[in-house]
Design a protein around this ligand. Structure first.
Ligand SMILES: [Zn+2]
Length: 78
Protein backbone atom coordinates (compact mmCIF):
# COMPACT_ATOMS: atom_id res chain seq x y z
CA UNK A 1 0.00 0.00 0.00
CA UNK A 2 2.84 2.35 0.86
CA UNK A 3 4.57 1.51 -2.39
CA UNK A 4 1.37 2.20 -4.28
CA UNK A 5 1.01 5.60 -2.61
CA UNK A 6 4.61 6.39 -3.43
CA UNK A 7 4.02 5.44 -7.06
CA UNK A 8 0.88 7.57 -7.17
CA UNK A 9 2.72 10.61 -5.84
CA UNK A 10 5.48 10.09 -8.39
CA UNK A 11 2.86 9.81 -11.08
CA UNK A 12 1.10 13.00 -10.08
CA UNK A 13 4.39 14.86 -10.24
CA UNK A 14 5.07 13.64 -13.75
CA UNK A 15 2.93 15.45 -16.30
CA UNK A 16 3.79 13.17 -19.19
CA UNK A 17 2.95 10.10 -17.18
CA UNK A 18 -0.23 11.74 -15.99
CA UNK A 19 -1.32 12.30 -19.58
CA UNK A 20 -1.00 8.58 -20.09
CA UNK A 21 -3.29 7.88 -17.22
CA UNK A 22 -6.64 6.65 -18.43
CA UNK A 23 -9.67 5.07 -16.94
CA UNK A 24 -10.66 1.73 -18.29
CA UNK A 25 -13.91 1.93 -20.27
CA UNK A 26 -14.97 -1.42 -18.91
CA UNK A 27 -13.94 -1.88 -15.29
CA UNK A 28 -13.10 1.75 -14.36
CA UNK A 29 -9.59 0.87 -13.32
CA UNK A 30 -6.88 3.38 -13.95
CA UNK A 31 -4.09 2.36 -16.25
CA UNK A 32 -1.09 3.88 -17.94
CA UNK A 33 -1.21 3.84 -21.70
CA UNK A 34 2.27 3.33 -23.07
CA UNK A 35 1.11 2.25 -26.48
CA UNK A 36 1.96 4.26 -29.58
CA UNK A 37 -0.67 6.89 -30.21
CA UNK A 38 -2.05 6.24 -26.75
CA UNK A 39 -5.31 4.95 -28.11
CA UNK A 40 -5.94 2.31 -25.53
CA UNK A 41 -9.30 2.32 -23.85
CA UNK A 42 -8.94 -0.66 -21.57
CA UNK A 43 -6.60 -1.60 -18.75
CA UNK A 44 -6.12 -4.93 -20.40
CA UNK A 45 -6.92 -5.71 -23.99
CA UNK A 46 -7.06 -9.41 -23.14
CA UNK A 47 -9.59 -8.91 -20.37
CA UNK A 48 -11.64 -5.74 -20.63
CA UNK A 49 -10.97 -5.13 -24.32
CA UNK A 50 -12.34 -8.50 -25.30
CA UNK A 51 -15.14 -8.18 -22.80
CA UNK A 52 -16.18 -4.75 -24.08
CA UNK A 53 -16.02 -5.86 -27.70
CA UNK A 54 -18.05 -8.91 -26.89
CA UNK A 55 -20.66 -6.80 -25.14
CA UNK A 56 -20.84 -4.39 -28.07
CA UNK A 57 -21.13 -7.28 -30.47
CA UNK A 58 -23.95 -8.82 -28.46
CA UNK A 59 -25.77 -5.47 -28.19
CA UNK A 60 -25.41 -4.86 -31.92
CA UNK A 61 -26.54 -8.36 -32.71
CA UNK A 62 -29.55 -7.92 -30.48
CA UNK A 63 -30.44 -4.73 -32.36
CA UNK A 64 -30.14 -6.50 -35.68
CA UNK A 65 -32.22 -9.39 -34.45
CA UNK A 66 -34.87 -7.00 -33.14
CA UNK A 67 -34.98 -5.16 -36.47
CA UNK A 68 -35.20 -8.43 -38.29
CA UNK A 69 -37.67 -10.05 -35.94
CA UNK A 70 -40.76 -11.46 -37.57
CA UNK A 71 -43.98 -9.61 -37.14
CA UNK A 72 -45.98 -10.58 -34.06
CA UNK A 73 -48.15 -13.64 -34.49
CA UNK A 74 -51.75 -12.99 -35.41
CA UNK A 75 -51.06 -10.65 -38.32
CA UNK A 76 -53.05 -10.99 -41.48
CA UNK A 77 -51.25 -13.23 -43.99
CA UNK A 78 -50.37 -11.98 -47.42
ZN1 LIG B 1 -10.45 -2.81 -17.31
Amino acid sequence: MHRLAHAAIGLLGDATELQRLHQCAACRWLFLDHSRGAGRRWCSMADCGTEAKKRRYVARRRELMAARAPRPAGGTPG
